[in-house]
Design a protein around this ligand. Structure first.
Ligand code: PLP
Length: 416
C-alpha cells in the first residue's frame, strides 16, 4: 500500500515533529476528503481551520490557475497589482488601518509582538514611560517561533527551547483582578485570543477584554488580538473581537485567508504602524502575487455567497445539537464556542482520545485538543445534514464508550 511505504520513508527522512494519523488523502471536494482507496471522509477540521471554502472551490481553483499563468513572485522590492486591493478589503472588514503581509500565523504574531516593542520604543523616544513586558493568558497558543512560544502558556511548547524571549508574564484566564495586578507602565502589549483554539475553545469574557482595552489606553501599550484561528469569519463575524464591540490595536490572521495557500497578515492602527519604518521588518515571500490574488478571491467569495450568515446559522444549529447531546451524556461536561469554532469537554482524556479515533474509523475527521476537548473547525460551507451525521456518530460512540467514561448515557440512568 502506498500509505505504508510513505510512512516508512517519512519515519526515516523527516524530522519527527508530527504524530500523523495513518491516512493518505489524495483529493477533496466540498466538505469531503478522499483517501487513496477512494473512501470519502467528512472533514470537521478543515486542515486546522484553513480550508474555509472547503476543497476544490471553483473560485479558488480559478484564481490559482489565472495567477499561476501570470506571475508567482516579485519580492517586496517591487509593486504588484494585488497587494493594495487585498489590504483595502482587510482594512474594511477589520476596522484597522494598515496591513503587513507574511506567510503564516506565527509570522503574523511575531510581527505583532515586534510592533508592540517598536511602538514602546517610539513612545519612549517621545518622552512617555512605557516598558517592554508582555502580558499573555493562561491556555494561550500563539505559534512556534521564539516570540510566539514565549507568549504561549503551555510549558511543553516553551520549555525545551529556553531561555525564550524574556519579559512575558501569564495572567489567569478571564481574571480581571490578576490582569490589573500584573499590568503597569512596564507593559508594552497585552496578548489575547478572543476565542482560544488550541487551549480548548475558551471565550474571553467581555469584562476581561474591556479591562485589557482600558489598561492599554491608559499607557499606550498595544492590545494584540490573535485571530489566527478565530478570525476571518470562523465565528460568524469577520473578527471575533467584533462580537465584543472592542477594537484591538493589532490583529494577527492567517489560516483561512488564502484558501490553503500559505499566508498571514498583521493588521494595525495608523498610529502603531508608525513604529515600523522601511527596513525594520520584512519577508521575502510575504504578500506575493499568488497568495494575494487567492486571498482577494476568498474574501470576495465569503461576501458574495453571504457565508458569514451561513456560519452563524449552521454554527448555532451545531451548538444546539451538541448541547442536546450533552444532556444525553453526562461525560460531556461543557459545550463551548462561537459560529463554527466549537468544542465539547469530556470528563476523561482517554474517552476523548477514543472518540476522536472512533470518529476517524467512521470517516469523520475531528480533533482532540487540550487532552479532554473535542474540537470542531469545519469548512464554513458545512450544512445541517453534515451536522446530523456527526451528532449521530458521536451519540453512538459515546453510548458504546460509556464504560470508558465511567458513566452511562443519561437516558439509561436513574435521573434520565
Ligand atoms: N495563533 C493561533 C491562535 C493558532 O491557532 C495558531 C495555529 O494553530 C498559530 C497562532 C500559529 O499559526 P501557524 O501554525 O500558521 O504558524
Amino acid at each position: 500500500m502506498k500509505l505504508e511505504s510513505i510512512q516508512a520513508a517519512e519515519n526515516k527522512l523527516l524530522v519527527q515533529t508530527y504524530e500523523r494519523n495513518p491516512y493518505l488523502f489524495v483529493s477533496g471536494k466540498g466538505v469531503y476528503l478522499r483517501d487513496e482507496n477512494g473512501n470519502d471522509f467528512l472533514d470537521l477540521l478543515s486542515g486546522i481551520g484553513v480550508s474555509a471554502l472547503g476543497y476544490a472551490h471553483p473560485a479558488v481553483e480559478e484564481a490559482i490557475r489565472r495567477q499561476s499563468t501570470q506571475l508567482l513572485h516579485t519580492s517586496n522590492l517591487f509593486y504588484h497589482e494585488h497587494t493594495a486591493n487585498l489590504a483595502l478589503r482587510l482594512t474594511e472588514i477589520s476596522g484597522l488601518d494598515r496591513v503587513f503581509l507574511c506567510n503564516s500565523g506565527t509570522e503574523a504574531w511575531e510581527a505583532s509582538l515586534k510592533l508592540a516593542r517598536a511602538n514602546a520604543t517610539r513612545l519612549r523616544a517621545g518622552g512617555r514611560t512605557i516598558g517592554t513586558r508582555f502580558l499573555a493568558l493562561d491556555h494561550s497558543f500563539h505559534g512556534r517561533t521564539m516570540g510566539s512560544v514565549a507568549t504561549t502558556a503551555k510549558a511543553k511548547y516553551r520549555e525545551p527551547f529556553g531561555p525564550v524571549m524574556p519579559n512575558v508574564e501569564f495572567v489567569q484566564f478571564n481574571d480581571v483582578a490578576d490582569l490589573r495586578a500584573k499590568f503597569s507602565n512596564e507593559v508594552c502589549g497585552i496578548c489575547i485570543e478572543p476565542v482560544q483554539g488550541e487551549g480548548g475553545i475558551h471565550l474571553i469574557s467581555p469584562e476581561f477584554f474591556r479591562a485589557a482595552r482600558e489598561l492599554c489606553d491608559s499607557t499606550g501599550a498595544l492590545l494584540l488580538a490573535d485571530e489566527i484561528q478565530c478570525g476571518l469569519g470562523r465565528t460568524g463575524k469577520w473578527f471575533a473581537y467584533q462580537h465584543y464591540d472592542i477594537q484591538p490595536d493589532v490583529t494577527a490572521i492567517a489560516k483561512p485567508i488564502a484558501g490553503g495557500i500559505p499566508m498571514g497578515a498583521m493588521l494595525c492602527t495608523n498610529e502603531s504602524a508608525q513604529a515600523f519604518t522601511p527596513g525594520t521588518h520584512g519577508t521575502t515571500f510575504g504578500g506575493g502575487p499568488l497568495a494575494c490574488a487567492v486571498a482577494i478571491t476568498v474574501i470576495d467569495t465569503l461576501k458574495k455567497e453571504n457565508i458569514l450568515a451561513h456560519v452563524e446559522e449552521v454554527g448555532q444549529f451545531f451548538k444546539t445539537k451538541l448541547q442536546d447531546l450533552a444532556r444525553r451524556h453526562d461525560c460531556i461536561t461543557d459545550v463551548r464556542g462561537l459560529g463554527l469554532m466549537l468544542g465539547i469537554e469530556l470528563n476523561s482524556a482517554d474517552l476523548a482520545k477514543h472518540v476522536a479515533a472512533e470518529m476517524m474509523e467512521r470517516r469523520i475527521i475531528i480533533n482532540r485538543t487540550s487532552d479532554t476537548v473535542l474540537r470542531f473547525l469545519p469548512p464554513y460551507i458545512l450544512e445541517r445534514k453534515h451536522v446530523e451525521i456527526t451528532i449521530t456518530a458521536l451519540d453512538e460512540i459515546l453510548k458504546a464508550g460509556a464504560v470508558l467514561s465511567g458513566a452511562a448515557p443519561a437516558g439509561e440512568k436513574a435521573h434520565g
